[in-house]
Write a protein that binds this ligand. Structure first.
Ligand code: ATP
Length: 280
């Protein structure tokens, strides 16, 4: 299990309670550097809550979330404010419901994502914006990066259109492009294939495989579309009612009786019967 050797994310005993409800229950797993790790499970299993804990939207009730960069710098995410998780630990995310700046153009969405390096180049002053050569250089770099991701996501021709006018699948790709403009080491994608047709879903797979191959970005993926999960994931972690029920390669998880039972909603003792019926 190579994800134990060089984990980018090491989650230990994560628990998140909302009053009496335990949304995530003592969850531990490791995500390897350079892997696509999928977090799957039936509705309400706690997947988005895990993302919200990683990205600082929620402070976990208990547990440790350790992220380690390739240079050895490490971050305890549960102790950092959300903006430091994005900016210093370099974790980016997309949302289950698309959250673009829909009135801004496609290009502007990608430039806004690069606000931090531009502010540093300006020396945090208005004078910087007017004259500093470092600002002009940073502005050019931001534009180049935006163009690169527009090209990569097939959106170059739509650069000047309002983001809200794009078809649904294109908006999903723009969200990924925007997240990638922040140069994350860990990209958390919440159901990126939701609402996509089979062709768009295939294009998404290609895009994510290329993000993994060409950039130093590891991916954590929540996804209900099993064709996406099984085709591109290196490692799958399965949650049910907030508890981890399986952790392995896609092939291992696919044949795990507890996973089949959780997805099909049957008792453990009926799993073999169901397996025979579905031909696993
Ligand atoms: N802010 C909150 N307050 C109270 N309960 C919450 C909150 N956020 C999530 N929950 C509850 O925690 C449980 C897990 O929800 P979560 O959204 O993490 O599941 P999920 O696996 O992402 O589901 P889905 O696949 O439907 O998106 C659910 O019972 C949900 O109602």
């Amino acid at each position: 299990m190579r994800w134990l050797d060089d984990p980018i994310l090491d989650m230990q005993h994560l628990t998140m309670r909302f009053g009496g409800l335990v949304a995530v229950n003592d969850l531990s797993f490791k995500a390897a550097r350079g892997d696509i790790t999928a977090l799957i499970g039936p509705n309400g299993a706690g997947k988005t809550t895990v993302f919200n804990c990683i990205t600082g939207f929620y402070k976990p009730t208990e547990g440790m979330l350790s992220l380690r960069h390739v240079d050895g710098a490490s971050f305890l995410l549960e102790r950092l404010p959300g903006h430091s998780i994005a900016w210093k630990a370099k974790v980016a995310r997309t949302f289950q419901n698309i959250r673009l700046f829909s009135g801004m153009t496609v290009l502007e969405n990608l430039l806004v994502a690069q606000h931090n390096p531009l502010m540093i180049a300006s020396g945090f002053t208005f004078l910087g914006v007017l004259g500093l050569p470092s600002y002009t250089k940073a502005e050019r770099a931001a534009m180049d990066k935006a163009k690169y991701w527009l090209d990569k996501t097939g959106l170059l021709a739509r650069a000047d259109d309002p983001a809200g006018d794009l078809p649904y699948g294109a908006q999903r790709r723009l969200e990924i492009a925007r997240a990638m403009c922040t140069e994350p080491v860990l990209l958390c994608l919440d159901e990126p294939a939701a609402g996509l047709n089979p062709r768009e879903s295939h294009e998404l797979n290609e895009l994510l495989l290329s993000v993994r191959k060409d950039h130093a970005t590891s991916i954590l993926l929540i996804e209900h579309d099993m064709s996406v999960v099984m085709e591109i994931s290196d490692h799958v972690v399965v949650l049910d009612y907030g508890t981890k029920i399986a952790d392995g390669t896609p092939a291992e998880v696919k044949h795990d009786q507890k996973v089949i039972a959780a997805y099909l909603g049957v008792d453990d003792r009926d799993v073999e019967k169901v397996e025979a019926e579905v031909g696993v």
